[in-house]
Design a protein around this ligand. Structure first.
Ligand SMILES: NC(=O)c1ccc[n+]([C@@H]2O[C@H](COP(=O)([O-])OP(=O)(O)OC[C@H]3O[C@@H](n4cnc5c(N)ncnc54)[C@H](OP(=O)(O)O)[C@@H]3O)[C@@H](O)[C@H]2O)c1
Length: 257
């Protein structure tokens, strides 16, 4: 798989897939590691997924980036979340302020943790376009190293300001919802409609959508979530070049409707 600033370009999301089911998490994470995935995104909001991820990574933590989040309105609660994360993961490679919640308040202590070496990079996330102006404001402080945002053929608002801004500031980009929370893959185009993409290594519609995202060179990593171990290998294939040009991207946009 191609590697960019955050490592291999296909990671794994953990929202609404294995929750606290440690056995399922072990299967999904194990298959993802086998497929070359090295970045795992989670959050205290994801109903036990953080601890299940920690158990799944036990004994195979080397070379892995945990990208989790602080989702707390007070500093005290944020610190408690971080304390638990250190127990599960030892350290946190990418610590993100979830949905911009109390980001100004959380930043100061998070920066100290980064300076002390328990965090490598600080990030910030939001899923809603109404909050993109504030997300841009947070990036302009120069205090964040990564941003996580939604990007797929049906959600392209980030092309207006956030992707150009991230590129200008040197902020690494993590793409959530690359499959539109599953809505884009519920129906697949016919095999012959995907035929022009075969020379790009594309065999499935999910791969075409992921390669659409990753063919934008401002993106560092896409984090599709799945509860099915075998799909992690399918999704990882989309992380290999060659990348789509404008023509192939337009085809995927047309097929996505
Ligand atoms: N949704 C948000 O608002 C949000 C917000 C902040 C952060 N995030 C982060 O971003 C990650 C990704 O976003 P997301 O989980 O919302 O949506 P997503 O990754 O766009 O879509 C996930 C859905 O796609 C399906 N899927 C995955 N691979 C597939 C394949 N090869 N073929 C067919 N279906 C496939 C999964 O179903 P199966 O389980 O059946 O495979 C799942 O229902 C999250 O898990 C989370 O870590 C999301």
């Amino acid at each position: 798989m191609e590697e960019r600033r955050l490592g291999p370009v296909v990671g794994l999301g953990t929202w609404n897939t294995f929750d606290a089911d440690a056995a399922l998490a072990g299967d999904v994470v194990g298959a993802a590691l086998e497929a070359g995935v090295r970045l795992f995104d989670s959050s205290p909001m994801y109903r036990g997924a953080e601890s299940a991820l920690g158990a799944a990574l036990a004994g195979r933590r080397d070379g892995v980036s945990v990208a989790t989040k602080i989702w707390a309105s007070s500093v005290e609660e944020g610190r408690e979340q971080f304390h638990r994360q250190l127990e599960w993961y030892g350290r946190v490679e990418i610590e993100q302020v979830h949905n911009l919640v109390a980001w100004r308040e959380q930043l100061a202590w998070l920066e100290r943790e980064r300076d002390d070496g328990r965090i490598d990079r600080l990030g910030v996330t939001h899923y809603a376009s109404g909050s993109f102006p504030e997300l841009a404001e947070a990036l302009r402080t120069g205090r964040f190293d990564t941003v996580q945002l939604p990007y797929n053929p049906h959600e392209r608002e980030v092309e207006r300001e956030l992707l150009p801004l991230a590129a200008e500031l040197g902020v690494a980009v993590i793409v959530m919802r690359p499959l539109g929370e599953g809505a884009l893959v519920r129906r697949s185009p016919a095999a012959e409609e995907l035929a022009p993409l075969r020379e790009f290594g594309i065999e499935t519609w999910a791969q075409a959508l992921l390669k659409w995202v990753l063919s934008d060179e401002r993106v560092d990593v896409a984090i599709p979530a799945t509860s099915r171990p075998e799909r992690t290998a399918e999704n990882a294939v989309a992380g290999r070049p060659p990348w789509f040009g404008p023509e192939e991207r337009r085809l995927v946009e047309r097929l996505a409707g």
